[in-house]
Design a protein around this ligand. Structure first.
Ligand code: PGA
Length: 246
Protein backbone atom coordinates (compact mmCIF):
# COMPACT_ATOMS: atom_id res chain seq x y z
CA UNK A 1 0.00 0.00 0.00
CA UNK A 2 1.20 3.52 -0.82
CA UNK A 3 -0.05 6.65 0.90
CA UNK A 4 -0.03 10.37 0.13
CA UNK A 5 -1.34 12.78 2.77
CA UNK A 6 -1.73 16.52 2.32
CA UNK A 7 -0.98 18.55 5.43
CA UNK A 8 -2.50 21.94 4.70
CA UNK A 9 -1.38 23.34 8.06
CA UNK A 10 -2.98 26.80 8.76
CA UNK A 11 -3.66 27.57 5.11
CA UNK A 12 -6.63 28.09 2.76
CA UNK A 13 -10.10 29.53 3.18
CA UNK A 14 -13.30 27.64 2.37
CA UNK A 15 -13.36 28.94 -1.19
CA UNK A 16 -9.74 27.83 -1.72
CA UNK A 17 -10.45 24.39 -0.28
CA UNK A 18 -13.48 24.05 -2.53
CA UNK A 19 -11.43 25.06 -5.57
CA UNK A 20 -8.68 22.61 -4.59
CA UNK A 21 -11.14 19.73 -4.24
CA UNK A 22 -12.80 20.55 -7.54
CA UNK A 23 -9.50 20.72 -9.44
CA UNK A 24 -8.12 17.62 -7.73
CA UNK A 25 -11.22 15.48 -8.12
CA UNK A 26 -11.61 16.38 -11.77
CA UNK A 27 -8.35 14.63 -12.57
CA UNK A 28 -8.00 12.10 -9.72
CA UNK A 29 -8.57 8.46 -10.56
CA UNK A 30 -8.33 6.08 -7.60
CA UNK A 31 -6.04 3.24 -8.60
CA UNK A 32 -4.35 0.26 -6.98
CA UNK A 33 -3.61 0.24 -3.32
CA UNK A 34 -2.94 3.95 -2.93
CA UNK A 35 -4.54 5.84 -0.06
CA UNK A 36 -5.02 9.59 -0.33
CA UNK A 37 -5.49 11.79 2.72
CA UNK A 38 -6.14 15.48 3.24
CA UNK A 39 -5.59 17.25 6.57
CA UNK A 40 -7.30 20.67 6.51
CA UNK A 41 -7.69 23.09 9.42
CA UNK A 42 -10.72 22.40 11.61
CA UNK A 43 -13.12 24.94 10.00
CA UNK A 44 -12.59 23.35 6.58
CA UNK A 45 -13.01 19.72 7.57
CA UNK A 46 -16.74 19.32 6.96
CA UNK A 47 -16.61 21.01 3.56
CA UNK A 48 -13.61 18.96 2.43
CA UNK A 49 -15.17 15.72 3.70
CA UNK A 50 -18.40 16.43 1.82
CA UNK A 51 -16.50 17.03 -1.38
CA UNK A 52 -14.05 14.13 -1.28
CA UNK A 53 -16.21 11.47 0.39
CA UNK A 54 -17.14 9.65 -2.81
CA UNK A 55 -13.49 9.52 -3.97
CA UNK A 56 -12.51 7.44 -0.94
CA UNK A 57 -9.92 10.00 0.17
CA UNK A 58 -9.44 10.09 3.94
CA UNK A 59 -9.76 13.33 5.88
CA UNK A 60 -7.46 14.00 8.83
CA UNK A 61 -7.46 16.62 11.57
CA UNK A 62 -4.06 18.13 12.33
CA UNK A 63 -4.27 17.64 16.11
CA UNK A 64 -6.80 16.79 18.79
CA UNK A 65 -7.21 16.85 22.56
CA UNK A 66 -6.90 13.76 24.75
CA UNK A 67 -10.03 14.46 26.81
CA UNK A 68 -13.44 13.68 25.35
CA UNK A 69 -15.00 16.94 26.63
CA UNK A 70 -14.74 19.60 29.28
CA UNK A 71 -13.24 22.96 30.15
CA UNK A 72 -10.46 23.15 27.58
CA UNK A 73 -11.03 26.45 25.79
CA UNK A 74 -9.69 26.47 22.27
CA UNK A 75 -9.27 22.72 22.06
CA UNK A 76 -11.09 20.13 19.92
CA UNK A 77 -11.83 16.63 21.19
CA UNK A 78 -11.45 13.36 19.31
CA UNK A 79 -15.25 12.70 19.44
CA UNK A 80 -15.75 16.14 17.87
CA UNK A 81 -13.16 15.37 15.21
CA UNK A 82 -14.82 12.06 14.44
CA UNK A 83 -18.24 13.73 14.42
CA UNK A 84 -17.01 16.34 11.93
CA UNK A 85 -16.28 13.58 9.43
CA UNK A 86 -12.61 12.80 9.96
CA UNK A 87 -11.09 9.38 9.41
CA UNK A 88 -7.86 10.16 11.24
CA UNK A 89 -5.78 12.69 13.08
CA UNK A 90 -2.17 13.82 12.72
CA UNK A 91 -0.45 13.72 16.10
CA UNK A 92 2.95 14.86 17.30
CA UNK A 93 3.74 17.04 14.29
CA UNK A 94 7.01 18.86 14.96
CA UNK A 95 5.20 22.20 14.84
CA UNK A 96 2.95 20.99 17.68
CA UNK A 97 5.97 19.67 19.56
CA UNK A 98 7.72 23.02 19.03
CA UNK A 99 4.88 25.51 19.62
CA UNK A 100 2.41 23.61 21.84
CA UNK A 101 4.82 21.68 24.02
CA UNK A 102 3.69 18.31 22.68
CA UNK A 103 5.74 15.51 24.26
CA UNK A 104 5.72 11.72 24.45
CA UNK A 105 3.70 12.05 27.69
CA UNK A 106 0.97 14.16 26.05
CA UNK A 107 0.86 11.94 22.97
CA UNK A 108 0.05 8.64 24.72
CA UNK A 109 -3.47 9.66 25.82
CA UNK A 110 -4.07 11.36 22.46
CA UNK A 111 -3.29 8.20 20.50
CA UNK A 112 -5.55 6.21 22.81
CA UNK A 113 -8.35 8.77 22.49
CA UNK A 114 -8.03 8.78 18.70
CA UNK A 115 -8.35 5.00 18.53
CA UNK A 116 -11.27 4.97 20.97
CA UNK A 117 -13.05 7.27 18.53
CA UNK A 118 -12.19 5.24 15.45
CA UNK A 119 -9.70 7.81 14.24
CA UNK A 120 -6.48 6.61 12.64
CA UNK A 121 -3.52 8.25 14.39
CA UNK A 122 -0.79 9.50 12.04
CA UNK A 123 2.12 9.98 14.42
CA UNK A 124 4.98 12.23 13.32
CA UNK A 125 8.53 11.85 14.55
CA UNK A 126 11.79 13.47 13.53
CA UNK A 127 14.98 15.12 14.70
CA UNK A 128 16.00 18.78 14.63
CA UNK A 129 19.06 19.99 12.76
CA UNK A 130 20.99 20.40 16.03
CA UNK A 131 20.14 16.81 16.99
CA UNK A 132 21.25 15.49 13.59
CA UNK A 133 24.48 17.45 13.74
CA UNK A 134 25.13 16.09 17.23
CA UNK A 135 24.66 12.57 15.86
CA UNK A 136 21.56 12.04 17.98
CA UNK A 137 19.07 11.24 15.22
CA UNK A 138 18.48 7.58 16.02
CA UNK A 139 18.46 8.22 19.75
CA UNK A 140 15.81 10.94 19.34
CA UNK A 141 13.67 8.67 17.17
CA UNK A 142 14.04 5.81 19.66
CA UNK A 143 12.79 8.13 22.39
CA UNK A 144 9.85 9.36 20.28
CA UNK A 145 8.89 5.77 19.43
CA UNK A 146 9.26 4.56 23.02
CA UNK A 147 5.57 5.28 23.68
CA UNK A 148 4.43 2.52 21.32
CA UNK A 149 4.29 -0.31 23.89
CA UNK A 150 2.17 1.96 26.10
CA UNK A 151 -0.42 2.47 23.38
CA UNK A 152 -0.01 -1.08 22.10
CA UNK A 153 -0.72 -2.50 18.67
CA UNK A 154 -3.63 -0.94 16.82
CA UNK A 155 -4.32 1.32 13.88
CA UNK A 156 -1.27 3.52 13.31
CA UNK A 157 0.52 5.32 10.51
CA UNK A 158 3.92 6.87 11.15
CA UNK A 159 5.62 9.78 9.41
CA UNK A 160 9.34 10.43 9.62
CA UNK A 161 9.72 14.17 9.21
CA UNK A 162 13.20 15.55 9.84
CA UNK A 163 12.45 19.00 11.29
CA UNK A 164 15.23 20.60 9.24
CA UNK A 165 13.57 19.40 6.02
CA UNK A 166 10.09 20.76 6.78
CA UNK A 167 9.21 23.77 4.68
CA UNK A 168 12.87 24.43 3.94
CA UNK A 169 13.19 22.93 0.47
CA UNK A 170 15.97 20.74 1.91
CA UNK A 171 14.84 17.18 1.41
CA UNK A 172 16.69 14.41 3.26
CA UNK A 173 19.02 12.43 1.00
CA UNK A 174 17.94 8.95 -0.11
CA UNK A 175 20.74 7.53 2.08
CA UNK A 176 19.47 9.39 5.14
CA UNK A 177 15.89 8.29 4.45
CA UNK A 178 16.98 4.69 3.86
CA UNK A 179 18.94 4.55 7.11
CA UNK A 180 16.22 6.15 9.21
CA UNK A 181 13.28 4.22 7.76
CA UNK A 182 15.13 0.92 8.28
CA UNK A 183 15.83 1.95 11.86
CA UNK A 184 12.20 2.97 12.48
CA UNK A 185 10.96 -0.37 11.06
CA UNK A 186 13.36 -2.26 13.33
CA UNK A 187 12.26 -0.27 16.38
CA UNK A 188 8.55 -0.59 15.64
CA UNK A 189 8.89 -4.37 15.24
CA UNK A 190 10.97 -4.56 18.42
CA UNK A 191 8.32 -2.58 20.32
CA UNK A 192 5.12 -3.97 18.80
CA UNK A 193 6.18 -7.38 17.52
CA UNK A 194 4.62 -8.79 14.34
CA UNK A 195 2.08 -5.95 14.19
CA UNK A 196 4.99 -3.55 13.74
CA UNK A 197 5.67 -5.00 10.31
CA UNK A 198 2.37 -3.63 9.03
CA UNK A 199 2.74 -0.02 10.21
CA UNK A 200 3.23 2.25 7.17
CA UNK A 201 6.09 4.74 7.51
CA UNK A 202 5.68 7.91 5.46
CA UNK A 203 8.43 10.40 4.74
CA UNK A 204 7.75 14.13 5.15
CA UNK A 205 9.84 17.22 4.61
CA UNK A 206 9.90 19.23 1.36
CA UNK A 207 8.35 16.42 -0.69
CA UNK A 208 7.66 17.57 -4.26
CA UNK A 209 7.02 15.82 -7.58
CA UNK A 210 10.75 16.34 -8.25
CA UNK A 211 11.94 14.12 -5.39
CA UNK A 212 8.98 11.86 -4.58
CA UNK A 213 9.59 9.22 -7.25
CA UNK A 214 13.02 8.45 -5.86
CA UNK A 215 11.81 8.49 -2.26
CA UNK A 216 9.13 5.93 -3.18
CA UNK A 217 11.79 3.45 -4.30
CA UNK A 218 13.37 3.34 -0.84
CA UNK A 219 12.44 0.26 1.22
CA UNK A 220 9.95 1.02 3.97
CA UNK A 221 8.95 4.38 2.51
CA UNK A 222 5.19 3.91 2.24
CA UNK A 223 4.55 7.38 0.88
CA UNK A 224 4.61 11.01 1.87
CA UNK A 225 3.18 13.55 4.28
CA UNK A 226 3.25 16.71 2.24
CA UNK A 227 2.95 20.35 3.30
CA UNK A 228 3.82 23.06 0.79
CA UNK A 229 3.38 21.01 -2.38
CA UNK A 230 -0.02 19.76 -1.21
CA UNK A 231 -1.54 23.23 -1.46
CA UNK A 232 -1.34 23.15 -5.26
CA UNK A 233 -3.85 20.64 -6.69
CA UNK A 234 -1.69 19.88 -9.78
CA UNK A 235 1.34 19.09 -7.61
CA UNK A 236 -0.65 17.00 -5.15
CA UNK A 237 -2.25 15.10 -8.01
CA UNK A 238 1.18 14.45 -9.51
CA UNK A 239 2.38 13.03 -6.17
CA UNK A 240 -0.64 10.73 -6.04
CA UNK A 241 0.02 9.59 -9.62
CA UNK A 242 3.66 8.91 -8.76
CA UNK A 243 2.54 6.76 -5.83
CA UNK A 244 0.12 4.92 -8.12
CA UNK A 245 2.89 4.25 -10.64
CA UNK A 246 5.42 3.10 -8.03
P1 PGA B 1 6.59 20.46 3.82
O1 PGA B 1 5.81 20.08 5.17
O2 PGA B 1 6.20 19.46 2.78
O3 PGA B 1 6.11 21.86 3.50
O4 PGA B 1 8.04 20.42 4.13
C1 PGA B 1 5.67 18.74 5.56
C2 PGA B 1 4.97 18.65 6.90
O5 PGA B 1 5.22 19.47 7.78
O6 PGA B 1 4.15 17.74 7.11
Amino acid sequence: MKIVVANWKMNLLRKDAAAFCEAFLKAYKPKGRVEVGIAPSFPLIRAVKNRVATSGAKVFAQNGHAEAKGAFTGEVSMPQIQDSGCDGVILGHSECRQYNGETEATLVPKIRAARENELLPLLCIGETLAQREANQTLEVLRQQLSILPEVGAGPLWLAYEPVWAIGTGKVATPEQVREVHAFIREEVVRLLGEAGKEVPILYGGSVTPDNFEELLTIPDVAGGLVGGASLVPEKFLKLVQQAQAS
